[in-house]
Design a binder for this molecule. Structure first.
Ligand code: PEP
Length: 249
């Protein structure tokens, strides 16, 4: 972990029912969490209101997606204004499932990120390479291109957390080694320093995602440029998510 405040997000994805979410919220409410960690959870849109009204204020609410601008005639979309209205402080953008399963491109993602920030909603900006890109030696190229798209679109890096999530590690049980993650995090910080500013490079938190669990988080958290985690599967289990949050020491 670096000098910034550790940041841990739980991405619940398209999981849960009113009952299972109520159990998860009650487990989170009774968990003992390190005070020096920012914690957010991202429930499915439908359950955000239920979660915000029952979850401790210690944990902030994040959306899993948003529309590119002000609401209106955009069937099926959710606007940033609506997210704010029900208590969301953050939104995850550029997640690999939205890039590679839904087909969102860099420009579309950048537009959403810029709009969210303009409305004072923080952005978890996700980047990461596919397995074949890593095997072809293109990890840095891919990550830097995705970063550049964010940099070109964003008015400022205040309220942005970068999530490095190698696609081959997401939901696969194949976590990156702490050395592999550290190598990319350091390169991302260098890229920010060379292409944005030294100040942004040193203050922007870079978190790791991809099969983080209660057993591997402490080792990853020791690395200098790993400033937290974005957690999928393991964030659906309250006690394990708490272990991950508390893995920064
Ligand atoms: C994610 O989707 O952001 C993620 C990291 O998932 P998992 O922890 O399940 O690999």
């Amino acid at each position: 972990a670096g000098s910034g405040k550790f940041f841990v997000g739980g991405n619940w994805k398209c999981n849960g029912t009113k009952d299972s979410i109520s159990k998860l919220v009650s487990d989170l409410n009774s968990a003992k969490l390190e005070s020096d960690v920012d914690v957010v959870v991202a429930p499915p849109f439908l359950y955000i209101d239920q979660v915000r009204s029952s979850l401790t204020d210690r944990i902030e609410i994040c959306a899993q997606n948003c529309w590119t601008g002000k609401g209106g005639a955009f069937t099926g979309e959710i606007s940033v204004e609506q997210l704010k209205d029900i208590g969301c402080k953050w939104v995850i953008l550029g997640h690999s499932e939205r890039r590679h399963v839904i087909g969102e491109n860099d420009e579309f993602i950048g537009k959403k990120a810029a709009y969210a920030l303009s409305q004072n909603v923080g952005v978890i900006a996700c980047i990461g390479e596919l397995l074949e890109e890593r095997e072809a030696g293109k990890t840095f190229d891919v990550c830097f291109q995705q970063l550049k798209a964010f940099a070109d679109a964003l008015p400022s890096w205040d309220d942005v957390v970068i999530a490095y999530e190698p696609v081959w590690a997401i939901g696969t049980g194949k976590v990156a080694t702490s050395e592999q993650a550290q190598e990319v995090h350091a390169a991302v910080r260098d890229w920010l320093s060379n292409n944005v500013s030294a100040e942004v490079a040193s203050k922007t938190r870079i978190i790791y995602g991809g099969s983080v669990n209660g057993g591997n988080s402490a080792d990853l958290a020791k690395k200098e440029d790993i400033d937290g985690f974005l957690v999928g599967g393991a964030s659906l289990k309250g006690p394990e998510f708490a272990t991950i949050i508390n893995s920064v020491t």
